[in-house]
Design a protein around this ligand. Sequence first.
Ligand SMILES: [Fe+2]
Length: 175
Amino acid sequence: MRKISLLFLVLYLLFSCFFGMESTQRKIPLLDTTLAQAGEVTKQAHCTPTPSDELGPFYTPNAPERTSVGKGHVLTGTVRSSSDCSPIERARIEFWLAGPDGKYDDDHRATIFSAKLGVYTFESNFPPRYSSRPSHIHIKVTAQGYKTLITQYYPASGQTNGEFNLILIFEERIQ
Ligand SMILES: [Fe+2]
């Protein structure tokens, strides 16, 4: 009886060892492939910088900090680094646009700071066309270590919300 138990134990150990190794051997190539793919993703991570646009004649610094200057359009997005797409928190984002009467004034300027994971939300009236210009919202973004971005967002007619990511160019700090 004892010999039979010992035989079963030996057989069990041989069985486990053989299939255990095979199972490990099967897993390693999969793991290598997964790691290789992850490496490729990391190497390829690059976000195209947001194109710059005209500052225009109506920019005024030090706009009050607020997330809304009206109703009718909600703009959301994420501030990111062009070098590795990482989110930038606490980026200073300034907005200015024409009010419903088609004129720029202090009631339609705002400063907000990107939140956790670089996200922001800005609510305003739908920017009216003026002169020959299409509807647009001016945006200026500053963040330490990045080139200041001055750009414009152009919503389509009747659009009540939009997404506009703000991709900043990383600058090496000059000591
Ligand atoms: Fe403008």
